[in-house]
Design a protein around this ligand. Sequence first.
Ligand code: AP5
Length: 213
Amino acid sequence: MKLILLGAPGAGKGTQAEVICDKLGIPAVSTGNILRAAIKNETEMGLKAKSFIDSGALVPDSVIISIIKERLAEEDCQKGFILDGVPRTLAQAEALEEMGVEIDCAVDIEVSDEVIMQRLSGRRVCSACGASYHTLYKPSQQPEVCDRCGGKLIIRKDDEPATIQERLKTYHQLTEPLIEFYRQRGKLLEVDGQGEVADITAKVMAGLEAVSK
Ligand code: AP5
């Protein structure tokens, strides 16, 4: 299966990718995680990407396309993958097609902007391993401590309210048109992303089963 998870920032792409990749036995490829690791390691790409991410803007297409080309060529992606947070522009979607990547399904996880604000303002992430929590919906056992590795939980810099607004604006302008792009190709699966995490996973899995028949 070659899947794309579409959806606004905070729609739950990362949360769903983590569960679905286990169920399908394929890796999740998150450009956001790859970029954050590059920033942490202070690589040239990370230094280039940091100011874009911190301000809620998109990283230039050329950077993303070269990341994705490199990652999809790796051995673990040969049987399939879940793309989390990419493509995010028409240029990125077209680049995937030019690379010969044939997508089975683009799952659009639909969540209102109001719910996005609640989700992102309550999100906490582990500064050591990147695990994601929510103060209300997925709290850690001990406040500010990661259940998985004991690392300190922090607020992502781009989860400040003004930056969330900027990311939502960017999403509506540049990423939302991809819904139509994949609909026209007969690849779109629309899923209501509001409700319990497990219920949303069940809806995605049922939709994928229908697609693969
Ligand atoms: P990225 O890391 O991809 O951020 P994003 O798309 O903004 O997505 P998020 O990680 O914020 O949200 P999510 O949808 O994964 O939600 P999550 O599951 O965490 O990208 C960051 C930046 O990198 C971009 O702004 C851009 O600058 C750059 N970038 C990355 N890819 C790029 C690309 N292709 N092109 C250009 N630039 C790129 O959930 C959010 C919270 O809600 C969590 O706390 C979670 O616990 C909670 N939650 C999830 N589901 C539920 C539920 N059903 N009910 C209640 N709470 C829930």
